[in-house]
Design a protein around this ligand. Structure first.
Ligand code: SF4
Ligand code: SF4
Length: 304
């Protein structure tokens, strides 16, 4: 089993916190915050009981009594349904709908007012977070003996009939698009994930454990804007939920000054895309920061 949140973090690692870390809360993440994606929402409505049972398995393994299921307030039907199912045994909390609410660090701050230290992990503040899809996969593995072989994928954007599909791992994106009636117009981009954090892909790549969405965008929706010089407006700094300075980090990456970028906490960037979204100069900040992180890692410097 691996995390359904996109990064496909191995679940067994999250279930084995270091002995010195005392975990007192398990958060089940139902804050599906990227536009277009509704896979988690659908799963909560259709498999609520299995999600709750999976959450109890997680809590049991960690020896934790407090379980919080966090859902954004634009999914009222899921909130009501899971509250009625849990019957008070699990705290089902409603969160403000905002991006990037589903990021672990922001979620922990919003739900518990605890701050994960820079460079740290949720373990450091006594918390383990699992996605609702992961909780369902844990239920399948423990109660049914079924390994993680399928997941819900939102297929949306410029397809004729957008749907949430239960897809086998390994299914090519093109099969899912066909199942949704094919392309509407001429597809310009196929994105694995949402519009903020997703990555452009070819139509024949397969569904993997972290594939939450296949988003098709046609020519009318894809704007390839010309990059201009940074005008030092500071909008990217204001927008960064991690408190970073994207403009400075991007300049350091262009100069290959990875040591200094590490001093400026480049590894804390979670690829949310807020900086690039607001940049009036169309600077590809996220791509630059991703590149900077990969280079830092390959130089063996990520621990700093
Ligand atoms: S992508 Fe941009 S806004 Fe998001 S955390 Fe990284 S630097 Fe900050
Ligand atoms: S938002 Fe764009 S133009 Fe403004 S400071 Fe950041 S990188 Fe420069």
């Amino acid at each position: 089993v691996a995390g359904f949140g996109g990064a496909a973090f191995p679940t067994h690692v999250k279930l084995s916190p270091p002995k010195e870390k005392k975990i007192d809360v398990v958060i089940i993440n139902g804050a599906e915050c990227e536009p277009y994606i509704t896979a988690d929402h659908r799963l909560m409505l259709e498999e609520g009981e299995k999600i709750l049972k999976g959450a109890r398995i997680v809590a049991g393994l960690l020896g934790v009594e407090r379980i919080i299921l966090a859902i954004e307030n634009n999914k009222k039907d899921a909130l009501d349904y899971l509250r009625s199912l849990s019957n008070g045994s699990i705290d089902v909390v409603s969160l403000k709908t905002k991006y990037p609410q589903g990021d672990e660090r922001h979620l922990i701050k919003a739900v518990l007012n605890r701050e994960v230290p820079r460079g740290g992990l949720p373990f450091d503040v006594g918390v383990v977070v699992h996605n609702i899809g992961t909780a369902k996969a844990i239920y399948d593995a423990v109660y049914q003996g079924i390994p993680l072989v399928e997941r819900v994928v939102t297929v949306t954007g410029d397809v004729h009939v957008p749907k949430n599909l239960l897809a086998r791992i390994g299914t090519p994106f093109s099969h899912l698009i066909e199942e949704c009636g094919g392309f509407k117009g001429e597809a310009k981009k196929i994105i694995s994930g949402g519009p903020m954090m997703g990555i452009a892909q070819y139509k024949d790549v397969p569904v993997v454990k972290g594939t939450s969405c296949v988003l098709v965008l046609n020519e009318q929706r894809v704007k390839i804007a010309e990059e201009k010089a940074c005008i030092r407006c500071g909008k990217c700094i204001e927008a960064c939920p991690m408190g970073l300075m994207p403009t400075v980090l991007a300049a350091l990456v262009r100069k290959k000054s990875f040591d200094t970028a590490l001093e400026y906490s480049i590894m804390s960037c979670d690829d949310c895309g807020c900086c690039a979204y607001v940049c009036p100069s169309n600077i590809p900040l996220v791509q630059l920061l991703r590149y900077g992180k990969v280079c830092s890692r390959s130089l063996g410097k990520e621990s700093r």
